[in-house]
Design a binder for this molecule. Structure first.
Ligand code: ADP
Ligand code: MG
Length: 238
């Protein structure tokens, strides 16, 4: 599970079309990075997949069903934001358990899942703290934990590391890559950072003004960029 197909999707805000007709295939278990300059439509594309925005036209298919009419909570996807979006008055445990409590799981089942996620994320010793008592990296881990307990078909990350300092960013990059290897779940990761794209992706989608310039592995893009924009953006010598 975690196969996502975008079929001729478009998005306009008023009269402005920010995503012209766009096709994309994301395979089960892939780590796909959307990369491109600020304003090129990365977040919009992610929000369309998540169902946080409605497409203007076209079809989004998730695991064989048309998701266009499926509300965000029912799409089986979990979004992780750069702002963390944690509840400051709740403990880490309660923050991570939040989607499980909403789903009506009993306390014991909630705790089992929260503790398993905390173990993966090195948060076991921090479960009774509040977000304000954590570092930026730990807060980001809590946000990821809240996604993990939902056991989504895919994780959607929107620039999750952009609030962290450079050293921490390198660490978290590795942690997210390791998480992907252990969970084997589809991850879609939005960034404007070429290094993140090149080091984390199985497949990179290079966007410019809502248009996919090229899709390929990091090596493909580096060695055979389709045009100057891709070459310049990826930092290829060509
Ligand atoms: P990125 O994430 O790549 O920086 P966005 O997806 O946020 O880009 O934005 C793509 C384009 O769509 C930008 O021109 C932005 O101004 C516009 N846009 C995004 N959201 C809205 C909105 N809610 N209303 C109007 N325009 C929007
Ligand atoms: Mg964005």
């Amino acid at each position: 599970m975690g196969q996502i197909t975008l079929n001729q999707i478009t998005k306009s805000f008023g009269d402005v079309q920010v995503i012209p007709p766009l096709d994309l295939q994301i395979n089960d278990g892939e780590f796909v990075v959307f990369v491109g300059p600020s304003g090129c439509g990365k977040s919009t594309l992610l929000r369309l997949i998540a169902g946080l925005e409605d497409t203007t036209s076209g079809e989004i298919n998730i695991d064989g069903r048309d998701a266009t009419e499926v509300p965000p909570a029912k799409r089986g996807l979990a979004m992780v934001f750069q702002s963390y979006a944690l509840y400051p008055h709740m403990s880490v445990r309660k923050n991570i358990a939040f989607p499980l409590r909403m789903a009506g799981l009993d306390k014991a089942a909630q705790n089992a899942k929260v503790e398993a996620a905390a173990k993966v994320l090195n948060l076991t010793d921090y479960l009774e703290r509040r977000p304000g008592q954590l570092s930026g990296g730990q807060r980001q881990r809590v946000a990821i934990g809240r996604a993990i307990v939902r056991e989504p078909a895919a994780f959607l990350f929107d620039e999750p590391l952009s609030n962290l300092d450079a050293a921490l960013r390198v660490n978290m990059r590795l942690e997210i890559s390791e998480l992907h290897q252990s969970l084997e779940t589809t991850m879609i990761y939005v960034t404007h950072d070429q290094v993140e794209a090149m080091t984390m992706a199985d497949k990179i989608v290079v966007l410019q003004a809502g248009v996919i310039e090229q899709v390929g592995s990091p090596l493909d893009l580096y060695h055979t960029p389709k045009n100057k924009f891709v070459a310049g953006f990826i930092g290829s010598p060509k």
